[in-house]
Design a protein around this ligand. Structure first.
Ligand code: M6R
Length: 616
């Protein structure tokens, strides 16, 4: 949570503020409670405003900052202290010598504040961050060097943090440090950048360096120097950013979410691209696990949160069916607290768009401590979870900006299919021609998703009569069950409507009591080519219809049986059972987005949420 940018250009450069503001606009999805920017020109000047970035931009339009080559900026998701101008970052030290921005939580802030109070330095905000600015200023006075001062300061901090700082008397230098929070460095020509993720500077450069855990970087226009918190120099190769800046702008749509729904065919296609070796076998992106270990695993545990966990639920059906390995799906934040049975024969699969979700990161660390191997399915290169895992399978969904996950979800599901087929091939559960048949079916999915998206006007037309509904229910069986959960989550987070997803078979065990006249109920109907499953859902459908519900079905073309009981049928193309979620979730995303729009809500930045949940 929170987006951070730092920039340093040549002495006569005047674009620091513009670069930082552009970075903040791309990072705003990480938090939008307040935003601020600071520059140094021999003295520090800064402006910060509560609310969305636009409030800061409006203020800067009437009261611009001085031209500068060195700047830092922040967009905030509130943890300690309300979303006020005062609590917004950057935070200035008591003597005006230091300005810094922070992402994470300083757990010992109260103790640090007491130490400061003993020296007569009182806090003026309610944040945990402010004390770091004062401590850094005291260290700077002592050390006379910003890098050494930050090294001394991080030694005093407990918790998670990325800190980016500038000093009044050191224009041309930005220092940054990270522990348990993301930080990447962007490499320019006579200018350099730091950011929470590559989106911070993707409009400026395609060259980047990942920062490791407990590392500190000093950037000047011509140098990037990394060291550990112990002061050991670090050499690290750069990587090329494969996202283009245009992918992170709206591209003619009203909202990022609409654009990202439309990006889904390419998200799936790109995730499938280039996966076959010359010998015709499937490949992962980074494999630091011996294949003999993967052949021996006897259990898979998927750890993830929110939408990513629902992708994990879909994975369970596919991987168990293809590989005959038991798969458990565990919310990452529950995983380590229940003393899970994990051994060196367990493969833990962490699914995460951002690669920075703290709950998932902690589950990954716990799993590795217990001797398990961790394979991460991640969308963001250079992210912490990708770095800390034994193997990585990247989803190529491109930057997902809207807080509600759409294209990352279908890309995650696609990646789990690839993983299932990879393991099936490696362990001999499937012959390579069978794997190729599945891959061919997967390659057909982008066009099928496009076919569903092409019905968006009909789906959007449904919302006019739904604006005032209090509850919406979603029911599905088999892989339709996680789709029902995801449909409900989308509606909750976007339209602020109470929604529940259930396994359709569970209906009679309680939830049917919720059904009353006109209660909207979405059914994710399985293919009629699985007659037993299909018939069961048809019965559930009749049970709610008989109680006066308004029944909306997502059903395959040619499934005539549903029409008799449904008030509305949204058609999806004929699709193999296990691949159904890739198409059946799309109408639910469009519906939630349209309903939120109809209610006049902010689709891309729903209240109380942040894109990347980097606190536990
Ligand atoms: O970045 P991650 O995939 O780890 O994020 C996990 C969840 O926070 C995320 O999927 C969240 O549930 C989405 N906002 C839902 O749309």
């Amino acid at each position: 949570m929170c987006g951070i940018v730092g920039y340093v250009g040549a002495e006569n450069s005047t674009r620091a503020v513009d670069v930082v503001l552009e970075g903040l606009s791309r990072l705003e999805y990480r938090g939008y409670d307040s935003a601020g920017v600071a520059v140094t020109t021999g003295t520090i000047s800064q402006v910060k405003r509560a609310g969305k970035l636009q409030n800061l931009l409006d203020e800067l339009a009437s009261n611009p900052l001085p031209n500068s080559a060195t700047s830092i900026g922040h967009t905030r998701w509130t943890t300690h202290g309300g979303p006020t101008d005062e609590n917004a970052h950057p935070h200035l030290s008591f003597d005006g010598s230091i300005s810094l921005v922070h992402n994470g939580i300083i757990e010992n802030h109260a103790e640090l504040a007491r130490e400061l109070a003993e020296q007569g330095i009182e806090r003026v905000t309610q944040t945990d961050t402010e004390v770091v600015a004062h401590h850094l200023a005291l260290s700077y006075k002592k050390e006379g060097d910003l890098t050494k001062a930050l090294l001394a300061t991080v030694a005093e901090l407990e918790g998670s943090f990325t800190i980016v700082a500038i000093a009044a008397d050191a224009p041309g230098t930005v220092v940054a440090a990270r522990r348990n929070s993301p930080l990447v460095v962007g490499l320019g020509d006579g200018e350099n950048f730091v950011g929470s993720d590559v989106a911070a500077f993707v409009g400026q450069t395609k060259r980047a360096i990942e920062m490791g855990q407990d590392e500190l970087v000093t950037i000047t226009p011509d140098s990037v120097t990394i060291q550990t918190f112990e002061g050991e120099p670090v050499e690290r190769d750069e990587f090329e950013i494969n996202w283009n800046a245009e992918a992170a702008v709206k591209g003619g749509f009203n909202t990022f979410m609409e654009k990202e729904i439309h990006d889904q065919p390419s998200a799936v296609r790109d995730t499938l691209l280039g996966r076959m070796s010359e010998s015709g076998s499937l490949m992962l992106d980074e494999l630091r696990i011996d294949e003999s270990i993967l052949r021996r695993i006897d259990k898979i545990i998927v750890v993830a949160c929110g939408t990513a966990a629902y992708a994990g639920h879909v994975a369970k059906y596919a991987i168990e069916h293809w590989c005959r390995i038991p798969v458990e799906v565990e919310l990452a934040h529950e995983f380590r607290y229940r003393d899970p049975v994990v051994s060196e024969k367990t493969l833990v699969v962490a699914i995460t768009q951002s690669g920075e979700t703290m709950d998932t990161l902690m589950a990954v660390r716990h799993a590795r401590d217990q001797g398990a191997k961790v394979l991460a399915i991640v969308n963001t290169h250079g992210s912490t979870i990708a770095r800390e895992s034994d193997a990585v399978l990247y989803t190529h969904a491109g930057p997902e900006v809207a807080v509600a996950s759409t294209k990352a979800f279908v890309a995650q599901i696609t990646a789990t299919y690839l993983l299932g087929l990879y393991l099936a091939q490696l362990r001999g559960n499937k012959y390579s021609d069978e794997v190729i048949t599945y891959l061919d079916e997967l390659m057909a999915m982008p066009d099928k998703i496009t076919a569903v998206i092409s019905q968006e006007d009909e789906i959007k037309a449904l919302v006019a009569s739904m604006k005032d509904v209090k509850t919406v229910l979603f029911l599905g069986r088999h892989v339709g069950y996680p789709v029902a959960l995801e449909g409900a989550l989308k509606l909750k987070e976007l339209a602020y409507i109470h929604a529940e997803g259930f396994a359709a078979g569970e209906l009679k065990h309680g939830p049917i009591a919720l059904v009353e006249e006109d209660q909207p109920v979405f059914f994710i109907v399985p293919t009629p080519r699985r007659p037993v499953l299909h018939a069961k859902v048809l019965s559930n459908l009749q049970e709610v219809k008989a109680r006066g519900a308004r029944v909306l079905c997502i059903a395959e073309e040619g499934d005539t049986a549903v029409a008799e009981y449904a008030d509305t049928v949204i058609r999806i193309p004929e699709t193999p059972t296990l691949l159904h979620p890739l198409v059946s979730v799309v109408p639910l995303q469009i519906f939630a987005c349209a309903l939120a729009t109809e209610k006049g809500l902010d689709v891309d930045q729903p209240r109380n949420l942040a894109k990347s949940v980097t606190v536990e």
